[in-house]
Write a protein that binds this ligand. Structure first.
Ligand SMILES: Cc1ncc(COP(=O)(O)O)c(C=O)c1O
Length: 465
């Protein structure tokens, strides 16, 4: 009989593996190396451990690795930042490391929202309140609330809204929808999930080290020189244009005039814009909060969004994608119809508990509570902007977004990241992790407890004075 996971994790016979799974039982490699492993099964485990040591496999399956995954240049950016943070913490176990890096939220979920989830959760323990699989497209009431309360008079209908378990998950489902044979354009720099999911999908060529770009992706450079909006006259046609505003990482927001240009450009080229509005509620000037504010956008755009950065749902997981009926493929079929097919096949709908929380977000109290959360992070962002501005840096973003984009001309962003971590024990994000256009910048996030942001500001002032 095969040993159970528990037996494996606690039996000294099998504890010589280096994997963290086998470390669960508390057996360290040093202790394990002294253990004699007489059985055949044990020696198999032992051999796989030697693979990790030497890099020479002694046993492999016959399954070829997905060649597209093999194209990925590096691990996903944020786990890599966390890895470096962990290494730093082992080096300085007494340091109080402050993370203004990966962009995770830190404020508790407002009570009005968490109590709705608690209530829904309790209902699930009753015969009357129990429900299992829901509508794969999402709870009708939540979809209706998004269409009417979030989009207001923009003309979106409940049936246009697909509830998701987060915007990132829908980015990959959208890649599946459009398939391997489309060409994509992305802002450079931008949120890395668009590029990485495109690579995994097989839309791209290999990574070209000299230019730090994948083949067959159109990188639309966004820098202070062009007000972080691409010069569309130089951008060739692509099928799909990923566009994120307010932008992660630069914190820049496209104006109405710029988005009007983008919609016109997409229409002329017959392209589809995937508009990521995960930070729209951070906008405090009159920049559009939705691409659908632009006349004609419904024929060329769909929009993804998220509760993560408004309601602290990074762990709860809830978002949505709005696909207007007017958005059609070249054969005249609605994009939403195929997305429905993807969702029914690859997803069984968002958690009913999370959706109850989402509905509470759109109550009057929920909207006020989300406004307060966003306002709090924006105050943090102001502190960060003031810190770097007072030190004489060129600072961008921050106004309509929880991200501050700081320029360190002529320096490698990984070097700046390493220096700030080493000397101030503050985690930031190197700009080049968001694309070659991010080189020379670091992103500093406004997500953090106020005390930590103030302390980070003090240390940064000390470091760069
Ligand atoms: C631009 C952008 N889109 C999507 C996401 C992911 O959102 P979610 O937590 O809903 O998956 C993030 C998260 O940082 C983001 O910055």
């Amino acid at each position: 009989m095969a040993p159970s996971a528990l037996q494996l994790s606690t039996s000294p016979h099998f504890s010589s593996s280096h994997s963290s799974f086998f470390d669960i039982g508390g057996f360290t490699i040093t202790r394990q190396s002294k253990v004699f492993l007489p059985s055949r099964r044990a020696s198999l485990i032992c051999r796989s451990s030697s693979t990790e040591k030497t890099g020479t496999p002694t046993y492999t399956t016959k399954v070829p690795r997905n060649a597209n995954i093999a194209k990925l240049n590096a691990g996903y950016l944020f786990p890599e930042i966390n890895r470096r943070k962990s290494v730093h913490m082992s080096k300085y176990p007494d340091a109080q490391v402050i993370s203004l890096g990966v962009g995770d939220t830190t404020e508790p979920i407002p009570e009005v929202i968490s109590s709705a989830m608690a209530m829904r959760s309790h209902e699930l323990s009753t015969f009357e309140g129990y429900s299992g699989y829901g509508d794969g497209q999402g709870d009708k009431k939540l979809r209706a609330a998004i269409a009417s309360t979030y989009y207001g008079d923009l003309g979106l209908e409940e049936s246009d809204v697909f509830i998701s378990d987060g915007a990132k998950c829908d980015i990959s489902r959208l890649q599946l929808l459009f398939g391997a044979n489309v060409r994509i354009a992305v802002q450079d720099p931008t949120y890395p999930a668009y590029v990485d999911s495109g690579v995994i999908m097989g839309q791209t060529g290999t990574f070209q080290k000299d230019v730090e770009k994948y083949g067959n992706i159109e990188y639309m450079r966004c820098s202070p020189d062009n007000d972080f909006f691409p010069d569309l006259s130089t951008v060739p046609r692509t099928d799909i244009i990923f566009f994120c505003s307010p932008n992660n990482p630069t914190g820049s927001t496209a104006s109405r005039e710029q988005l009007t240009q983008l919609v016109k450009f997409a229409k002329e080229n017959g392209s589809i814009i995937i508009y990521d509005s995960a930070y729209a509620m951070y906008i405090s000037d009159d920049s559009p909060r939705s691409i659908f504010e632009i006349p004609g956008a419904k024929e060329v755009a769909l929009e993804i969004s998220s509760f993560s950065k408004y309601a602290g749902f990074t762990g709860v997981r809830l978002g949505w994608t709005a696909i207007p009926k007017e958005l059609l493929f070249s054969d005249g079929l609605p994009v939403a119809k195929d997305f429905n097919r993807i969702v029914s096949t690859c997803f069984n709908g968002a958690s009913n508990v999370a959706q109850a929380g989402g509905l509470a977000c759109f109550s009057a109290e929920g909207l006020k509570a989300m406004g307060d959360v966003v306002g709090f992070y924006k105050e943090n962002t102001d502190i960060i902007v003031d810190t770097f501005t007072s030190l004489g840096f060129d600072v961008y973003g921050g106004k309509n977004a929880p991200y501050v984009w700081v320029h360190f001309p002529g320096r490698s962003s990984w070097d700046v990241f390493a220096e700030i971590l080493e000397k101030a024990h503050v985690v930031t994000t190197p700009g080049s992790g968001f694309g070659p256009g991010g080189e020379g910048f670091v992103r500093v996030s406004g997500f953090g407890h106020r005390g930590n942001v103030l302390e980070a500001s003090k240390r940064l002032k000390q470091l760069f004075k």
